[in-house]
Design a protein around this ligand. Structure first.
Ligand SMILES: C[S@@+](CC[C@H](N)C(=O)[O-])C[C@H]1O[C@@H](n2cnc3c(N)ncnc32)[C@H](O)[C@@H]1O
Length: 210
């Protein structure tokens, strides 16, 4: 992982901790786990949400075929500038995931094969989470996958709400074991088979996180 990635991220965390949620970048092991939802050699569309300075860029790139598209969406202008300077081969988009539908339309993307997210979901208000999750589920191809991270800094109730939201939008949600070596410790959710009609949060089944 490139040292400048850490430096720029740490610097931005002093002024935008509300958006970054942590001064630490995702560690290599979790990056590899998150990127694994991208099938080797794919020529499909991969969209990363909350790309930061691009720690996931190489693990994702290693898996891409020659005709794949890799869109990296990030809200912070300095981190986007960093992405454009250090990872010019990916499509860095400065934008808010609240506008995900429009961002994908503007990029000429209809369907997505894999979403990889390190967004700070736990600090997002519930209406934003519902909006973004709805777009992710509606844009994924039927056998597409969403991988996302949740850190131990998230409050248990927020994690339960998030898990319920995932269960409402996906047929299968797999929660991995905690990676204790990540600063902070974190686990991933791997979500498959987006539901054409999301379940209501009130009618969800009992698959909530414990
Ligand atoms: C926890 S950091 C993850 C950074 C990096 N991808 C990693 O894995 O270490 C969350 C990232 O999401 C970005 N972010 C937060 N809110 C966002 C939003 N509404 N739209 C797009 N990006 C957002 C932050 O600026 C930050 O770069």
């Amino acid at each position: 992982m490139a040292r400048p990635d850490h430096t720029v991220f740490l610097k931005r965390s002093f002024s935008r901790m509300d958006q970054l949620a942590t001064p630490f970048l995702t560690g290599r092991r979790l990056c590899m786990q998150l990127a694994r939802v991208v099938p080797y050699g794919t020529n499909g569309v991969v969209v990363e949400l909350g790309a930061g300075p691009g720690v996931l860029a190489e693990p994702i790139r290693e898996r891409l075929g020659p005709d794949a598209r890799y869109l990296a969406i990030e809200i912070d202008p300095e981190l986007v500038a960093h992405l454009r300077q250090h990872k010019p081969w990916l499509e860095a988009v400065e934008g808010d995931v609240a506008d995900l539908d429009r961002i994908l339309d503007d990029a000429g993307i209809d369907k997505v094969d894999a979403f990889v997210s390190t967004l700070p979901w736990a600090v997002f208000p519930q209406d934003l989470r519902m909006k973004v999750m709805g777009v992710i589920a509606s844009r994924l191809v039927p056998d597409g996958v969403l991988s996302m991270i949740i850190t131990w800094m998230a409050l248990p109730k927020r994690v339960r709400d998030l898990r319920a939201l995932l269960d409402a939008h996906f047929d299968e949600v797999v929660e991995t074991a905690t990676e204790w070596r990540n600063p902070p410790p974190a686990r991933t959710f791997l979500c498959r088979r987006p539901l054409a009609r999301p379940n209501s949060l009130d009618e969800r089944d009992t698959r909530s996180a414990s």
